[in-house]
Design a protein around this ligand. Sequence first.
Ligand SMILES: CC(C)(COP(=O)(O)OP(=O)(O)OC[C@H]1O[C@@H](n2cnc3c(N)ncnc32)[C@H](O)[C@@H]1OP(=O)(O)O)[C@@H](O)C(=O)NCCC(=O)NCCS
Length: 226
Amino acid sequence: MASQLVVRACPPFGMSGPDAAEAVAGLERRTGELLDRPELERARAMVPRARADFLAARLAQHLLAAELLGVRARDLAASYSCPQCGTGPGVSHGRPGYTLDGVPVPLLLSLSRAAGWTLLAAVTAPAAGQRLGVDAEDPQRLEFEGFDTVALTPAERRAVAPLHGTALLRGRARLWARKEAFLKMTGEGLRRAPEALDVLDRPGIRDLASAESGLPDDLVAAVALG
Ligand SMILES: CC(C)(COP(=O)(O)OP(=O)(O)OC[C@H]1O[C@@H](n2cnc3c(N)ncnc32)[C@H](O)[C@@H]1OP(=O)(O)O)[C@@H](O)C(=O)NCCC(=O)NCCS
């Protein structure tokens, strides 16, 4: 089977309106059936809004994995790996993955949340050693003084210097999404200094337009594959 990149956006989980309590109860029930104990324990420590976002995203990721593999969702077990904490049944953070009958499945996964949306990326039938990272960003979040100094390399700062207003925020968000996608791909996350990672022309990283990502136009996203 040929390797294929799949990208899917999931809209914010609705927690207002007359059906909200029922929707939350349904989410808790479904995730209680499908997610693993460490995932549910992590969710329990969160405030309601964050918990719903986390559970909805983990559920969407679990169901996407089952769909792409053609297996029953309840037969998959989450298997996360963190460069610091390792891999194993007790780890519920870091790089996502699943096992089927105790064997890691042939599927790369990456997840990002922004402005309530969840962006999922997957690579089916990956080549040996292949890695994937995805990131979505809300440009409005990056409107603060000092961002360029703490987040961008000198070349990147020069690239955004002529921009103003919305174009500046989108320019920053585009670079930040590229950095986080790359750092999820390597597994390092923000343990690696973002202001020393140039992503203007780094091979393997590309922007995801909303037509491909499925996200609203006001969000930006990037994928890294290598
Ligand atoms: C990876 C990272 C940059 C993403 O942060 P963010 O922008 O706040 O969040 P996003 O919504 O875009 O992405 C979150 C997802 O990234 C993924 N992720 C987290 N760490 C990852 C890693 N090391 N490698 C690959 N993917 C990772 C997970 O799927 C996570 O989803 P979850 O919340 O369901 O667990 C950030 O989590 C990080 O730097 N992590 C490393 C440090 C760390 O995790 N320390 C604590 C544990 S020792």
